[in-house]
Design a binder for this molecule. Structure first.
Ligand code: COI
Length: 355
């Protein structure tokens, strides 16, 4: 399938990325492709970034049949590169399947992404902790108020130059363990990157912010016992020399994070036991009391690695590693960022060139 390019002379002034935080500015172009049952996915094209025209009856606005993903582009010298592009595009289709959205042709989506990044390569910021955030998403485009699976869809990729996800950069965050609200349940949508999971997290996030916490740590929706994820990140614990983390293979209500996989692969390569298993909040608190809870950190595309300095549970604050960034967390962040920036050899083959 040929990917058409509709050029514009009307280019934007690029912002100072150190001043714009996360997800506030968008580049000159976007990738677009449509689906209907007669033609399948068709007309892949790169067009000027623009507003969409939607019917007020658009079914996504009412019932949320949509999915998205998030990945990042960097520059190695003057070459634009994307971190684990193929894995992310495969995950787009994992999410699509859960929402009954027709899978996008992998080769076309990947080629469209690479072409877009190449065209927009001058938008890739190169400062520390900066990147070009890539947001692929698909949403239903039927105009219909009955509750049913849509027949038509739109797939878009938009790009946003970003600095660190958290306003305070790579620094310990304060996390509230949520034992009242739930994000997702077994048999639900938790494994998909779909707006519903984020909508479910908004109120608890607001309550946490009001109490001066950065994020919420979700427990399982049935027993409120087993740790799930943070919502914008997966979560990992270093206990007694081992990295222990909830597994998307065992708990189907959590997202299979690509950065999570990256951390586990690197830890194993370093000879650190990296164990994916169910872990209860009680076990974490017990490890804290016994002095074996060494470090806690999150992993995700937006945040990359995020040290956790404080966990709050049932009104009590647990200060991790004296509230400071742990040695392993720092080493992991430096290593992954080193691969991102082309300063550390990419021996795992994570980097894909956008040419
Ligand atoms: C990501 O890490 O890419 C995310 O999607 C998290 C958040 C910005 C929604």
């Amino acid at each position: 399938m040929e990917i058409k390019f509709v050029e514009t002379k009307n280019l934007k002034t690029k912002p100072d990325v150190s001043k714009i935080g996360f997800g506030t500015h968008f580049t000159d172009y976007m990738f677009e492709m449509d689906y209907n049952p007669e033609e399948g996915w068709h007309e892949p094209r790169i067009v000027p970034y623009q507003d969409l025209q939607l019917s007020p009856a658009n079914t996504t606005l009412h019932y949320g049949q949509a999915i998205f993903d998030g990945l990042k582009a960097y520059k190695h010298g003057d070459k634009p590169v994307i971190f684990r592009a193929s894995d992310h595009m495969r995950r787009v289709n994992v999410s699509a399947k859960i929402l009954d959205i027709p899978e996008v042709p992998f080769d076309v989506a990947l080629a469209g992404l690479k072409k877009l990044i190449y065209i927009e390569r001058d938008w890739i910021p190169t400062g520390k902790g900066q990147s070009l955030y890539i947001r692929p998403f698909i949403f239903a485009t039927d105009d219909y108020l009955g509750v049913k699976v849509s027949k038509q869809y739109k797939f878009l990729i938009i790009l946003s130059p970003v600095a660190a996800y958290y306003a305070h950069g790579f620094a310990p965050v304060k996390i509230m363990v949520e034992d009242k609200y739930v994000r997702a349940v077994r048999g639900g949508l938790g494994a998909a990157k779909t707006p519903a999971n984020y909508a479910a997290s908004l109120h608890a996030g607001l309550v946490a912010h009001e109490k001066n916490y950065d994020q919420v740590l979700w427990l399982d929706g049935v027993e409120r016992k087993y740790i799930e994820e943070v919502g914008s990140m997966n979560i990992l614990f270093k206990i007694n020399g081992e990295v222990i983390t909830p597994s998307p293979k065992l708990q189907t209500s959590i997202l299979d994070g690509i950065t999570h996989r990256t951390v586990l692969e690197i830890a194993k390569d370093w000879g650190i036991p990296a164990i994916e298993r169910k872990i209860s909040i009680d076990e974490v608190i017990q490890a804290y009391e016994e002095g074996t809870l060494e470090e806690v950190f999150g992993s995700g595309t937006a945040a990359v690695i995020s040290p956790v300095g404080v966990l709050e549970y049932k009104g009590k604050e647990y200060v991790i590693n004296g509230g400071k960034i742990g040695e392993f967390t720092q080493k992991m962040y430096d290593y992954i960022e080193g691969i991102h920036m082309g300063e550390i050899e990419d021996k795992f083959g994570y980097i894909e060139f956008a040419e």
